[in-house]
Ligand binder design. Structure first.
Ligand SMILES: [Zn+2]
Length: 288
């Protein structure tokens, strides 16, 4: 959101600049705008890392049907409760060199990576989206996709506890912030979900109902950009599946179930930032 306001305030026509016009305003405002942008970006990064820390808890506890709030975070090896100063996203892991303070057991690098990744994605959404609806839908989708992909990687399933509230959040935010655009997003959700349901019914081996619900959720968030999202997901899934088969052979490769959720999440994230340019490129360069 800050990019447009910052650039508009700094370099836009006088009607966009705040305060009375004149040389001083033009000299002073770029700095103020850059300051505001830095603040928004830093805020998004810090908040994103804190959310990422919580998403680690969700990804670990949700599939095990454990409470998300109690007990407080503890070392899985020795059970010692993690002190607040050892629970700072990314930093604590680096300071402790990836080990528990009391027993020295290695702590997976995935925890700081999820925190840093969530922070980076939140910053990217804040920088890329200029409208309130784009910002809200983008941030909500990022925070739902991260645990969905992590859980699917570990457990080869995507919990309804993520996709069903996710669909509801997309519809409520979409209606509240941009009612006129909602029919297109509903159509995209139904279309993507319907297509995946068809594939699942024809070939139950490849995909599951979790993928059907995740595709529906992504359509409700992205609208028409769900098309490049699914294309990228299928393409990257086929490439990785092919690489697995090339390494272990056809019969063993067929038995190695590669979960499709992470590919759907990857496609959705690329489409979130580049979906419309991709669709424009496709319609002008490939179709014509
Ligand atoms: Zn420990």
């Amino acid at each position: 959101m800050c990019r447009q306001s910052a650039l508009g305030a700094a370099f836009g026509p006088p009607s966009l600049r705040s305060g009375p016009g004149g040389a001083w305003t033009i000299l002073k405002n770029p700095l103020a705008a850059v300051d505001e942008c830095l603040m928004e970006t830093a805020f998004a990064g810090v908040l994103g890392a804190i959310f990422g820390s919580f998403l680690n808890v969700v990804a670990h506890r949700l599939p095990r049907r454990e409470s998300l709030v109690a007990p407080a975070s503890h070392c899985v090896a020795c059970g010692t409760a993690i002190k607040p100063y050892d629970n700072i996203p990314v930093l604590s892991w680096l300071l402790l060199r990836g080990r528990c303070r009391s027993c020295g057991t290695r702590i997976s690098a995935r925890y700081p990576l999820v925190e840093a990744g969530t922070a980076a994605l939140c910053v990217a959404v804040v920088l890329a989206k200029s409208s309130g609806v784009g910002l809200a839908l983008g941030l909500a989708m990022v925070l739902l996709l991260v645990p969905a992909a992590a859980i699917d990687l570990d457990h080869k399933r995507i919990p309804n506890a993520i996709t069903l509230p996710g669909c509801l959040i997309a519809i409520v935010l979409g209606f509240a912030l941009d009612a006129s655009g909602e029919p297109a997003r509903l159509l995209a959700g139904l279309g993507a979900g319907g297509a995946f349901l068809l594939v699942t019914l024809i070939s139950p081996r490849g995909m599951g109902m979790g993928d059907v619900k995740l595709a529906t959720m992504i359509g409700l968030f992205l609208g028409a950009a769900v098309i490049p999202a699914v294309m990228i997901a299928l393409l990257s899934g086929v490439l990785v599946g092919g690489a697995v088969i090339a390494r272990v052979g056809v019969s063993a490769g067929r038995k190695t179930a590669v979960p499709f959720g992470p590919f759907l999440a990857l496609g959705a994230l690329i489409a979130l930032f580049a979906g419309h340019p991709i669709m424009h490129w496709y319609s002008t360069s490939v179709v014509h």
